[in-house]
Design a protein around this ligand. Structure first.
Ligand code: FES
Ligand SMILES: [Fe+2]
Length: 414
């Protein structure tokens, strides 16, 4: 039996409302299938437009076996390239980010322009034709200050993502913000355990004292069900929408992405220990309504986000092995906000640095337990873990469809 057939039969036998079986969280061959059918096919969050301010600004990322460069080219457009030289394949950029005039391979100095065209190749002869040896392009889109890439030759249409999320993000003008702080950690857990942990707040009371000072643990806030019947949430939506901020719950047909604006607890306006703003300047000069809560946006399999009145926080999930996942968190503030004057880095980052570390510990213990041959799938709480069930459902349907060789819309799952 091939791994694909084995996985298909496991998916067929998956009991809805229960966790996946052990292989999905630990098996190296299953992990390869996750890469091939999810990470090598779906649109992935790379970083923010504002991190690439000028022509030649670039950032690198690793998607499974694919090293990528995301950069601003000469005409100001953001593009993505495979970070593999067309001579003998060396990685060209090894830094996490930087600014260059040209992309010069460190091995034998082949040099490429900012669109990836090969400009010069030393000692290759007078009549060497550079034209066929440009760096390979990766599909790249930008929406509301978020850059997405897709390494598949035939990516899914990005327009439905743009249509759903752009109205929510547009008022915050994140492409004009700046990244005040960035943190990358490695969690020793399968990427799906990282997501499952993110999609519920059942664990918050026992683990996140800092976060719960301001973030409501109600499943109607963090999950995908019941928000429309929660009067406090409805009142919040009405207030924000009257001020021109799209806020109502919106989930894509496929269940892959969702946007909604949720209130924080009591009078809190930001994720700080006091609930007071962490930044004196609003994130965007146009959005000054107090108490707008947090715009919650997720897009499987790489990103969840919080956009507040004073700052925004983005999270990027990239698997680096069957039981290892990289999590990058970025804090965005108004581009003119001054560190030490308008905000203090420790105050800005305290709650989510603590929360990420607590989640890392949780995920790592989850992984250790799931690795046990005695582990068998357990039931999700119908009250608190609807969001987890929805994620696992999206994963199962996406894998099943892709293993069968197809794409196309999934039925609505929430
Ligand atoms: S591998 Fe890049 S120049 Fe030789
Ligand atoms: Fe958590």
């Amino acid at each position: 039996m091939t791994t694909s057939t084995d996985m298909l039969s496991q998916l067929k036998n998956h009991r809805p409302g229960f966790t996946l079986s052990r292989k999905f969280y630990a098996d190296p061959d299953y992990y390869r299938l996750d890469l091939e059918h999810i990470y090598y096919r779906e649109w992935l969050f790379a970083g923010h437009d504002c991190e690439l301010p000028t022509a030649g600004s670039y950032m690198t990322m690793q998607v499974g076996d694919y090293p990528l460069i995301v950069l601003r080219s000469n005409n100001g457009q953001i593009i993505a390239l495979h970070n593999s030289c067309r001579h003998r394949g060396s990685r060209i950029c090894s830094a996490e980010k930087g600014t260059v005039k040209r992309l010069v391979c460190p091995y034998h100095q082949w040099s490429y322009d900012l669109d990836g065209a090969l400009l010069r190749a030393r000692h290759m002869g007078e009549d060497f034709d550079t034209q066929p040896y440009g760096l390979k392009r990766v599909h790249c889109e930008s929406v509301g200050g978020y850059i997405f890439v897709c390494v598949a030759p035939d990516p899914a249409d990005f327009e439905p993502v743009r249509r759903l999320v752009e109205p929510y993000l547009a008022p915050h003008r994140l492409s004009e913000a700046k990244v005040a702080f960035s943190s990358t950690i490695v969690e020793n857990g399968n990427w799906k355990l990282v997501w499952e942990n993110n999609r519920e707040c059942y664990h918050c009371a026992g683990n996140h004292p800092e976060l719960l000072r301001t973030f409501p643990e109600r499943p109607t806030v963090s999950g995908v069900m019941g928000a429309a019947t929660d009067p406090a949430i409805n009142g919040h939506w009405a207030k924000c929408e009257a001020a021109g901020l799209p806020s109502r719950f919106s989930l894509s047909e496929s269940g892959q992405y969702r946007a909604t604006r949720m209130p924080l607890v009591d009078q809190a306006v930001s994720y700080t220990m006091s609930g007071e703003p962490a930044v004196r300047r609003p994130l965007c000069d146009d959005v000054t309504l107090p108490g707008i809560g947090s715009l919650l946006l997720f897009h499987y399999p790489t990103t969840w986000n919080h956009v507040l009145g004073d700052h925004a926080i983005s999270f990027r999930v990239l698997p680096i092995g069957p039981t290892q996942t990289q999590l990058t968190t970025k804090w965005l503030v108004h581009k003119d906000a001054v560190e030490g004057v308008d905000y203090d880095i420790d105050e800005l980052t305290k709650v989510w640095l603590a929360t990420n570390d607590q989640d890392r510990g949780i995920v790592e213990e989850n992984q250790r337990g799931v690795n046990s041959p005695a582990f068998e799938p357990g039931p999700y709480s119908p009250q608190d873990e609807g969001g987890v069930s929805q994620f696992v459902d999206w994963y199962c349907r996406t894998m099943e469809r892709s293993l069968h060789g197809g794409r196309g819309n999934l039925s609505r799952v929430a």
